[in-house]
Design a protein around this ligand. Structure first.
Ligand SMILES: Cc1ncc(COP(=O)(O)O)c(C=O)c1O
Length: 387
């Protein structure tokens, strides 16, 4: 049987990983500045995470949500403490799209309304409503097309106010990433997030903070939206939550009330996923990874700003992007193939850095030195070609 060929692949097979390094089947070591797409939060194969999962596996991996699973409550308690959203409720799922799908559905149940406000360059996943709220027509199948989602320009306060003035009473939810990931590392301004809060309050709409990529401490705060000093009604999470174990969740404000049967999932909240997610939070707390993400991110950002040739360096914590001019368009490929460093991309010309929150200062320096060398080589090549 052939694999369904939907992923453009790098010709690399990773067989081993530890911390911020991975190794291929030829033993070549790579520095992982991509975190397997922002998934690796506490470092690859962190010993505490491995131990927690192994120990859980020996006891029980799965039973359905028809019985008590005390690990879910332990996870809820720990999440309340680490996120600071003490009075929120937890619903566990398996992925980012599923988290957003449930958040949007819950907002609609709660308000009895249909309209979703989403923003240009936003990405919320590939399931039906999540993809409909994603600003990329190429991945929206005809069956997912809906008039229920309206796209407004990101960070445009006047457009948002005008929209609410005419359609406010129909809005079930506004969904926004604190820092757009797939869209190219674009920060939602604090005043924009504050305005969303105000308008949702005035019109009884639900504010959904998509924290699937920018959450879980990556930005230097637990949720990137926290920088605005306002709370969302629902936070969606996945990626960093399991450090590679598939787990997602939504945090739900206390005024949104549950009803039996309203939401559900077979695998969500299984024993093994809870053990993995607990291990991640324990390590985040123990190793003070949110502070580290903030400090190391600031250092990386400032050092990047001083590098000649790259443009528009931006981000928060360890979620950083920069643009490369045409002369350096092969930079990402070069970093991977010649210097063995994984980075992320956002089309057309953005490089995304999403390393583990455990990345060391030495590894950051290793990256910066290599980046300068790679830029130097590409510039020299371009100069010879133009001579
Ligand atoms: C902001 C955001 N939301 C949702 C998703 C979808 O998550 P998943 O791929 O786990 O379904 C992603 C994935 O990249 C994302 O970046």
């Amino acid at each position: 049987m052939k694999l369904f060929d939907v992923y453009p692949l790098n010709d690399i097979t990773i067989t081993k990983a530890q911390g911020s390094y991975v190794w291929d089947d030829n033993g070549v070591q790579y520095l992982d500045m991509y975190g397997g797409h922002a998934v690796i939060s506490i470092g690859h194969t962190h010993p505490h995470w491995v131990k927690r999962i192994e120990e859980q596996l020996e006891k029980i991996a799965f039973y359905s949500n028809s019985v008590h699973i005390p690990l879910q409550q332990q996870l809820a308690d720990k999440l309340a403490k680490v996120s600071g959203k003490e009075d929120y409720q937890l619903f566990l799922v398996n992925s980012g799209a599923e988290a957003n799908e449930n958040a949007l559905k819950l907002a609609s149940f709660h308000t009895g309304r249909k309209k979703i406000v989403a923003f240009t360059k936003g990405f919320h996943g590939r399931t039906s409503l999540a993809v409909a709220a994603t600003d990329n027509p190429k991945i929206i199948a005809p069956v997912n097309e809906t008039d229920n989602v309206d796209f407004l320009p990101f960070n445009d306060e006047a457009a948002l106010k005008a929209y609410f003035q005419t359609k406010g009473k129909h809005v079930a939810a506004v969904i926004i990433e604190g820092i757009q990931g797939v869209g190219g590392i674009n920060l939602a301004t604090e005043s924009f997030l504050q305005l969303i809060r105000r308008l949702c309050d005035q019109h009884d709409a639900v504010f959904i903070a998509d924290s699937v990529q920018c959450g879980y401490g990556r930005s230097g705060m637990f949720f990137a939206h926290d920088y605005a000093g306002v709370n969302a009604d629902i936070y969606t999470m996945a990626k960093g939550m399991g450090n590679g174990f598939p787990v997602g969740a939504i945090l739900i404000a206390p005024h949104i009330k549950p009803k039996h049967g309203m939401l559900g999932t077979t695998f969500g909240g299984n024993h093994l996923a809870c053990a993995a997610a607990l291990a991640v939070l324990e390590v985040i707390e123990e190793e003070k990874l949110i502070d580290i993400a903030k400090q190391r991110g600031m250092y990386l950002l400032n050092r990047l700003k001083a590098i000649d040739g790259i443009e528009n360096v931006r981000g928060r914590g360890l979620m950083i992007g920069f643009d490369v001019p045409n002369e350096l368009k092969d930079l990402r490929k070069k970093l991977l193939n010649d210097f063995f460093i994984f980075t992320g991309e956002a089309k057309p010309n953005t490089i995304r850095l999403l390393p583990a929150l455990t990345i060391t200062r030495k590894q950051v320096d290793e990256f910066l030195d290599t980046l300068k060398e790679a830029i130097g080589e590409l510039k020299a090549k371009s100069a010879t070609q133009n001579a």
